[in-house]
Each structure stands twice: as structure tokens, then as C-alpha cells.
Design a protein around this ligand. Structure first.
Ligand SMILES: Cc1ncc(COP(=O)(O)O)c(C=O)c1O
Length: 354
């Protein structure tokens, strides 16, 4: 049933579901006006709305050398339309320095745009410090929270974030095909697409009101109900408990990988990191290793460039890429042991290949 399209009870019930999901997510991300939390179909769509809706020819954007194509490609498209870009060089662990961001500021810097947590190395960027630099330089901050939303605490107001993009299907435990874009108070963006919104039907112009301005077309109410259920699960379980489990599995994984001769692990050696761990095994092509882990052991890893070629250029694994293991809340310590055993078998040439 389409929410916001009719005055009949079923449509109102659908609108209530969407409203409940919006309010819960707004509260979760520290967005005081829930109409400023827009539903999209993915983090990619959210990033496209942010970049296309905000930037004008002559604006300057600071990003980094460790971005996912979901941000990189909209930025490159913006460059072809007259936007200036600077990509701050991250270090070999994928870390961006706040000082380098501050140094890259220009009078026309409109936006600082970067991922909070890397999907390749799990590196966590100092978002709070970068937010301060952006603010001091008069720029807005866009955070790609695809790998961190639901895993690390994020609060738009406390963290000084102006635009926050996240998918529903990762750390928020929602279904694929859902995403959010949260906008700070006072920001006005052009929509990516226009059309029917259920209100202001007599005007040929897209409404100014949020969230309708960015939500043309019929909303996927069942998916948003699923996203709300995912967030409820996260809140009931506790984000700290989810992260503690992730940390345990990642530490077990890192320890096992580092103890394996011929393995190179990428990303920070110490400190906080997300749940993505990438590695290479000397003498083994990552794509073949990924295939053998799947076909012989039913272990799902992602091999190659992970839609983030610049990350691999930065960490020195371009063009072959790496193998990425991302333990989730529903994995167990036995799963990590099983993976490490499989890797040892493959390394010794005794691996199963079905
Ligand atoms: C860092 C990062 N940004 C953006 C995306 C894109 O997310 P989505 O597939 O929801 O568009 C991903 C997906 O893995 C990601 O890891």
C-alpha cells in the first residue's frame, strides 16, 4: 500500500510505518527534525544526491585517496561539470590526516567528503577532527557511513556532520535496496529526480518540503518496515555488544593471519578498526583464493578491488587487489578457526576444490 497517497486507512497505516522508521533512524543518528532523514535505495543513491544536489561549478571538494566508487564516481562526474577536486593522500594503512585536510582548504572549498570506515582495510578516519577542520574552513562535511553506521556511534550534531549517507543493509540489519541520507538543519539541496510525492499535486515544481523533495515515486514500505525491524534488533542487542563481538572475531582473524607465513595483512596494526580485514597470500592470486574458499569450503569472501581501486593503489595492492574477510555478528569463533584452517590447507596445496 502506498504511503502518503490516499486518505484511506490502509494508506495511512503505511504512512505510519514509514514515519516510525524515519523517526527511529533520525533519533539513532542524532537528527532532531526527522523530516531531514531521507529514504533512498542505497548509500550510492544518497551520495549521488549529496554530491549532485549540493555542488555548483567553481566549488572545490576535498576527498581522499581511500574512497569507494560510490563516492568517487559522483565526484568525478561533478569534476566534468566544473567542480574542483583535491584527493588528500592517505597513508599506507589508509588513514587520512586531519592536518592534510586542513592544508588542502581553499576559499572556495564547499565540501569535505569521505568514508568514515574503509571497506577494504577497516581503517577508521578521525571524523571529529576532520569535521572541525571543515567547519573552520567554512566547508560542509559529507560522511559515507556505509561501513560504520550501526557499528560505530554516529551523531550528526555531536560529530559535526552535515550530510550522512548510509545503506540499510549492512550495520543497520535492514533489507538490501534501502538507504538513508541525513541533512543538517538549514541545508538546501537540489533533488536528483523529481516527480509525484503525494502532496502539492497542483504544482509542476518539485516541493521544497522535506522529505518529499527527495522522495519522488512510491516508497518501498515493506523494505522500510524491515529496516525499522533491523534497527530495533540492533538497539535491543546493543551496538556495544555488536561491536564487542566484531572486535573479538577480528582480533582472532588478525592473530591467525599474522601468524601465517606468507600472509600480508593490510590496514592499521593497532587501534580501532571496522570489521573488514584484507590480506594476500604470497604466490596466490586473490581471485583464485576467493574462488577456492567458496567452492571448497563454502566460505564467502570478496576478492579483487572491492569497488575501491584507489584504496588498493594507496595500500600497494593495485591492480590485483586482495582477499577481504568481513566477520558479522552472526559469525562464531569456530567460523574464524574454520577459515584459518582452510587457508592453511590451501597454502600447503592440500586444499579442497569441489
Ligand atoms: C565505503 C562504502 N561506501 C559506499 C558503499 C555503497 O553502498 P550501497 O551498496 O548501499 O550503495 C559501500 C558498499 O559496500 C561501501 O563499502
Amino acid at each position: 500500500m502506498a504511503p502518503g497517497r490516499g486518505g484511506y486507512r490502509q494508506s495511512l497505516a503505511a504512512a505510519r510505518i514509514v514515519f516510525a522508521a524515519r523517526s527511529a533512524l533520525a533519533c539513532f543518528f542524532g537528527v532532531s527534525d526527522s523530516s531531514r532523514l531521507i529514504f533512498t535505495h542505497s548509500a550510492t543513491e544518497s551520495l549521488n544526491i549529496a554530491v549532485n544536489g549540493l555542488l555548483k561549478p567553481g566549488d572545490h571538494v576535498i576527498s581522499s585517496t581511500v574512497e569507494h566508487n560510490a563516492l568517487l564516481r559522483p565526484l568525478h562526474l561533478a569534476r566534468s561539470r566544473g567542480v574542483e577536486l583535491t584527493f588528500v593522500q592517505a597513508d599506507r594503512d589508509g588513514l587520512v590526516s586531519e592536518r592534510d585536510v586542513a592544508r588542502a582548504m581553499r576559499p572556495n572549498t564547499r565540501l569535505v567528503a569521505l568514508a568514515h570506515c574503509s571497506n577494504v582495510t577497516g581503517t577508521v578516519q578521525p571524523i571529529g577532527e576532520i569535521a572541525r577542520s571543515a567547519r573552520q574552513g567554512g566547508a560542509l562535511l559529507l560522511v559515507d557511513a556505509a561501513q560504520s553506521a550501526g557499528y560505530f556511534p554516529l551523531d550528526m550534531e555531536e560529530d559535526g556532520i552535515d550530510l550522512l549517507a548510509a545503506p540499510g543493509h549492512k550495520g543497520l540489519y535492514g533489507p538490501p535496496g534501502t538507504g538513508i541520507l541525513a541533512l543538517a538543519e538549514g541545508l538546501r539541496l537540489e533533488p536528483l529526480q523529481v516527480g509525484g510525492t503525494g502532496g502539492n499535486a497542483s504544482s509542476p515544481d518539485q516541493p521544497e518540503e522535506l522529505p518529499e523533495r527527495f522522495e519522488s515515486g512510491t516508497t518501498n514500505t515493506p523494505a522500510l518496515a524491515g529496516l525499522k525491524a533491523g534497527l530495533d534488533f540492533l538497539l535491543e542487542t546493543g551496538m556495544e555488544a555488536v561491536r564487542a563481538k566484531g572486535k573479538l572475531l577480528v582480533e582472532q582473524l588478525l592473530e591467525g593471519l599474522r601468524a601465517t607465513p606468507g600472509v600480508t595483512v593490510y590496514g592499521p596494526a593497532q587501534g580501532e578498526r571496522g570489521a573488514a580485514v584484507s590480506f594476500n597470500l604470497e604466490g596466490h592470486d586473490p581471485a583464485t583464493l576467493g574462488y577456492l574458499l567458496d567452492s571448497g569450503y563454502d566460505i564467502a569472501v570478496r576478492a579483487g578491488l572491492h569497488c575501491a581501486p584507489d584504496v588498493h593503489r594507496t595500500i600497494g595492492t593495485y591492480p590485483g587487489g586482495a582477499v577481504r574477510v568481513s566477520p558479522g555478528f552472526f559469525n562464531r569463533e569456530e567460523d574464524i578457526s574454520y577459515f584459518l584452517k582452510a587457508l592453511h590447507e590451501l597454502k600447503s596445496g592440500k586444499g579442497r576444490d569441489f
